[in-house]
Design a binder for this molecule. Sequence first.
Ligand code: ATP
Ligand code: MG
Ligand code: MG
Length: 528
Amino acid sequence: QKQGGKKIHKANFDIDLPGAKDGEVVTRFPPEPSGYLHIGHAKAAILNDTIAKAYHGKLIIRFDDTNPSKESQEFEDAILDDCKTLGIVGDRITHSSDYFDEMYNYAITMIKEGKAYCDDTPLEKMRAERMDGLKSARRDRSVEDNLHIFTEEMKNGTEEGLKNCLRAKIDYTNKNKALRDPTIYRCNLKPHQRTGDKWKIYPIYDFCVPIVDSLEGVTHALRTIEYSDRNSQYEWMLEALHLRKVYVWDFARVNFVRTLLSKRKLQWFVDKKLVPGWDDPRFPTVRGIMRRGMTVEGLRNFILGQGPSRNIINLDWNIIWAANRKVIDPIATRLIALDSENIVPVTLKDGPELHTEQKPKHKKNPKLGSKDIYFSSNLLLEQEDAVALKEGEEITFMDWGDCIIEKIDKDDKGVVKAISAQLFLNGDYKKTEKKLTWLAAEKTVPVVLKDFDHLITKDKLEEGDNFEDFLTPQTEFTAKAIADTNVENLKVGDIIQFERKGFFRLDSDKDGQKIFFSVPDGRNKSRI
Ligand code: ATP
Ligand code: MG
Ligand code: MG
């Protein structure tokens, strides 16, 4: 029997945190404010939030702001917004920089106890020594020397200080390279977005995280599995500083085919103007996928549905879009759009006058209410449908009824120019082979449909691959269409289905131009 196991709603696994007590669990989501949240961060945020709630505990959103060279307030604001979008507000919002004083003092304690030393070995050499398990020439510096260099030279960012870093004195020969005297403090003269020019030295992630976790009362630190080599280092820091133990719980990182999940690489696309911004629908950011038509529920279901596997796999986007489809399919209003460059007019003999009738927005979900559909004797079909028709054939107009095709006019290339037909509402639509989408010719609204491709061509970039060598030449596709008048009632952000085309999200509606983005549905075909 598991201790403290919790069944998480909609998840296909139990969360079983070691040492977890109901009401006392504290988790944290620690983004670095160096970019917008991407889907990997969303997984971390959702897991931390879900686990905290399952144990009636607390979630801390902590900005891990220890590197002023990469971070900014703009990113911090965007991350908080994105968390809110995901329904995550946190019980506290904190910053690693709130603890710069404490961390500085802990570093001094470590030096005094002979557990840290200043090292001015050139970077390349230090790296090589670490790889080979060699002792640094500076490892045996005296406590006095180390204190002087750290608190006078490094702290003030002097020329001598800049040459040095502070390293934890753990074990330079350890099989686990993470324990080979990791760097814990480094100089940086760039002013910090919150602490200004107060500090010229900044703690390194591996030193900062265990200390702040412990000080903030975090009981369970969730980390992606590739950090597991660093778990013993995390424990070492807590023990060396006589700090409270924190349980580390590993979870699988998510990666997706043909997708870059690195803020630095995404920033490159923004800087090169290959995308207009971080919310681009081709970006794996929370903003990007939401613009593409992802729902918060779909995203949560996908993440919690992943199960307890700790294998890092390269996921296909179809999996997550299929999870999203389950959410949007039952509630997306059904509308009609036709490719406006390939339209065929149909004249109905003895057809109706132009008028509207109410039809359900969704045949299988009457709760969604109704929409007005224009009926007329002048209809429009898509060329692709028209060209497949035969004279004398009985077909069905969707949401209306059957008709008999009487005459088809084609030009010498076989392109259909016009059709005349006779309504046959007593026909049996269950027996017809073709159910066609149509519009009343007098009442259509022009729209723009867009579809997108992944930014890179290779499924999985390997070590040594340069992503710049694998850029997809064309990633945005635009088509013009005409839609039924119900598109006039949509708001930006609404997700609908254009019958027989797929799901679309209204992305913008400016100067009378409605632009819809196609929402992938996990079936992997373009719909425009
Ligand atoms: P990036 O390389 O994009 O900057 P990062 O890991 O350095 O990513 P952080 O802001 O430090 O970004 O990460 C915040 C949290 O999100 C961390 O807990 C991290 O483990 C988690 N995280 C980042 N990427 C992924 C991913 N692909 N899958 C799952 N969790 C992730
Ligand atoms: Mg990071
Ligand atoms: Mg990273």
